[in-house]
Design a protein around this ligand. Structure first.
Ligand SMILES: Nc1ncnc2c1ncn2[C@@H]1O[C@H](COP(=O)(O)OP(=O)(O)OP(=O)(O)O)[C@@H](O)[C@H]1O
Length: 325
């Protein structure tokens, strides 16, 4: 009997565990002692086809370990993981046709080859039909503005160009799901914006499922309807970003540069956290609009400049814990 790979959730993770045996040298002892590191435990979640999900958590929380189990690079030490009904570590080759992976800090491209040659090699590896390959390449090169770089060796590309090359490489074979690990790290604001717009279009037009690991809350805000927060190897929140902010009580900061020094600004809905000369930092709830606060400040004070600081994911998670969630 063949399993039905098309019904049910696309990604299904149940009671997933992964421990590592490590040897550590302990001071005063000659022999190393063996220890177990629990990277992922008791992790359960599922993702439907077409969802865009942020997979976030502090350093060492278990995000990469989860992605490695989802892609079949690591074998779980307990629990179950299925992607389109396939067991990733046992059916890795079959799964590879359905998934794409992009690691922000590591390239999967051939360093000394021009981009175009890397793409041609991938066409052969994945046996992509010539027509589909041409269609995809033209589309991604156009949308990601890579035309001028196609004949440049990867090692000569800027970080942003290399990232766009890696994303193209991960998508040429039409994967149903793409895992992105810190895709906007080190990119300037314009490149980040373009990349997010591209990923939104990919999801809208092709229904590609996206699982995104990032420390940049604006990536999540721009792309994901849902976030899963992982800490110490297990899921501690699964829901909307607005819900996460509300639960954590996190705040955004309005930084106001006044023309002259002044006593702490007094406007409804915001609290002054810090004053340094003519600069003041006001915090307000993340789920509130900045517009009335900005308007109230501008109406009563001579303002030279204004900017808004978003909370960092680490801050949001810290808030979540400080509230005892
Ligand atoms: N191969 C390994 N051997 C031993 N311990 C490991 C191994 N890989 C991961 N770990 C440990 O497992 C835990 C989870 O690591 P993981 O890389 O999954 O976290 P992460 O959430 O991706 O972190 P980051 O945001 O820093 O990339 C950490 O304590 C890490 O030290």
């Amino acid at each position: 009997m063949t399993a039905d790979h098309t019904s049910g959730p696309l990604i299904d993770v149940r009671d997933l565990e992964r421990t590592f045996d490590v040897r550590r040298r302990v001071e005063g002892r000659r022999r190393r002692t063996r220890e177990q590191v629990v990277a992922v435990h008791d992790l359960t979640f599922s993702v439907d086809g077409g969802e865009m999900v942020g997979y976030i958590g502090p350093n060492g929380a278990g995000k990469s370990t989860t992605i490695k189990m989802l892609t079949g690079i690591l074998v779980p030490t307990g629990g179950e993981v299925r992607v389109r009904g396939l067991d990733p570590s046992r059916q890795r080759v079959e799964l590879a046709r359905r998934i794409g992976v992009v690691f922000g800090q590591r390239s999967t491209l051939w360093w000394d080859l021009p981009l175009r040659d890397s793409f041609d090699l991938l066409q052969k590896m994945y046996r992509i039909s010539p027509a589909r390959y041409r269609e995809n390449l033209d589309r991604f090169v156009d949308l990601l503005d890579l035309g001028a770089q196609l004949d440049t060796p990867v090692r000569q590309l800027s970080l942003g160009q290399r990232m766009r090359g890696d994303i193209t490489a991960a998508l040429l074979h039409d994967p149903e799901v793409i895992y992105l690990d810190e895709p906007t790290i080190g990119l300037d604001v314009v490149s980040k914006g373009r990349l997010r717009e591209f990923l939104r279009a990919l999801n809208r037009e092709r229904g590609t499922t996206l699982l995104l690991t990032t420390h940049d809350l604006q990536d999540i805000e721009a792309l994901c309807d849902r976030v899963i927060v992982i800490d110490h190897g297990t899921s501690v929140y699964d829901g909307t970003l607005a819900g996460l902010h509300a639960q954590g009580g996190s705040t955004r900061t309005l930084v106001v540069d006044l023309v002259d020094e002044a006593p702490p600004i007094d406007v409804p809905g915001a609290e002054v956290r810090k004053v340094e000369g003519p600069r003041q930092w006001l915090s307000f709830p993340s789920d509130a609009s900045a517009a009335p606060i900005v308007a109230a400040v501008a109406a009563s004070y001579a303002v030279a400049d204004l900017s808004i600081q978003e909370p960092d994911i680490e801050d949001v998670i810290r808030d979540l814990y400080s509230r005892g969630a």
